[in-house]
Design a protein around this ligand. Structure first.
Ligand code: NAP
Length: 296
């Protein structure tokens, strides 16, 4: 199955469907055992046809992702690799140091897309602008092909664009049938920022929805396929995660059918407002790895 390419505002092309790697392993630790589990999952995803992989410093799995990709034997240019700056690395010196570690972990010399994982407006004196400038330095040196953000709402986007003049290529935000994220969505459209939907299946929360089950039945597809098609028909990039090889194959095989306008609208109508949100709210989220708090 061919995955369509999306052209970002900097001219970089990204496969519209990628593979989310968060928590493929049970533990977020730097152990060989966890990296092996991640590598096996990533290698299975490569075999299923995925060429776009989403990882993050805070997933503590970049080594496993790199291992899985290396085992495929495919050349580096075949893959589109995204990682994200950890919440503990927002100070400009830490941006560079941690980014270099990311390249080492993944076993690559350049990253395709580097995202600021969270704006953290209540930490670092509220200064995510200096962090963004430091990330821009990496792109200017050619170490990153495309530069974006994650979990940025309208105010966060407006601020970095106004203060630095540099528009992110991507905002990776929570979007799924139960949480439309309308305001961030509109702000991205106004600035020409591509939306990458994370937890595109609502972290599995939407998969038993009766209305989605009914639509899936009519098309002879799974609910996951229907939801991923709803995203991609509306132009979003998606990065579903699954540990299960049969589901990997299912999730990438969604480009040979189309939902009707009425069915797209019926899925739009499932939005539950804040009640539908599965992840933290970026306005208040202030978790830093190793801090005395549960992982997000
Ligand atoms: N930027 C951020 O702050 C942020 C936050 C969250 C996530 N993300 C990214 O987004 C990716 C995806 O998000 P997510 O992992 O939260 O959730 P998700 O992709 O919405 O859902 C994953 C869940 O759905 C199940 N699933 C997947 N495909 C299925 C299918 N065809 N049929 C039935 N069940 C299926 C998986 O089960 P099994 O694995 O058991 O098969 C897993 O329980 C992450 O891996 C990460 O890369 C980014």
């Amino acid at each position: 199955m061919t995955v369509p390419m999306i052209i970002l505002n900097d001219g970089v092309e990204i496969p519209q469907l990628g593979f989310g790697t968060m928590d493929l392993a049970d533990a977020r630790d730097d152990s060989p055992e966890s990296h092996e589990v991640t590598a096996v999952g990533v290698a299975a995803a490569v075999a299923a046809g995925y060429r776009h992989f989403d990882t993050a410093q805070m997933y503590v799995n970049e080594r496993g992702v790199g291992l899985g990709l290396a085992r495929s034997g495919l050349p580096r240019e075949e893959f589109f690799l995204t990682s994200k700056l950890g919440n503990g690395n927002h100070r400009p010196d830490d941006v560079r140091r941690s980014f270099e570690q990311t390249l080492t972990n993944l076993g690559v010399e350049q990253l395709d897309l580097f995202l600021m994982h969270w704006p953290l407006p209540t930490l670092y004196g509220g200064d995510y602008v200096s962090t963004w400038r430091a990330m821009a330095g990496l792109a200017d040196e050619g170490l990153v092909r495309s530069l974006g953000v994650s979990n940025f709402n309208r105010d966060h986007l407006n601020r970095i664009i106004t203060e630095t003049g540099r528009v992110p290529s991507v905002d990776q935000i929570e979007v799924h049938p139960y949480f439309a994220n309308h305001d961030s969505f509109a702000a991205c459209a106004e600035h020409g920022v591509a939306i990458e939907a994370y937890s595109p299946l609502g972290h599995a929360s939407v998969l038993n929805d009766p209305e989605l089950v009914e639509i899936a039945h009519r098309y002879g597809r799974s609910v996951a396929e229907i939801v991923l098609r709803w995203h991609t028909q509306q132009g979003r990039i998606v990065i579903p995660k699954t540990k299960t090889p049969a589901r990997m194959a299912q999730n990438i095989a969604i480009f040979d059918f189309a939902l009707t306008v009425d069915d797209l609208a019926a899925i739009d109508a499932l939005h539950k407002g804040e009640d539908g949100r599965r992840g933290p709210n970026p306005e208040t989220f202030a978790w830093v790895p190793n801090a005395d708090a549960p992982k997000p």
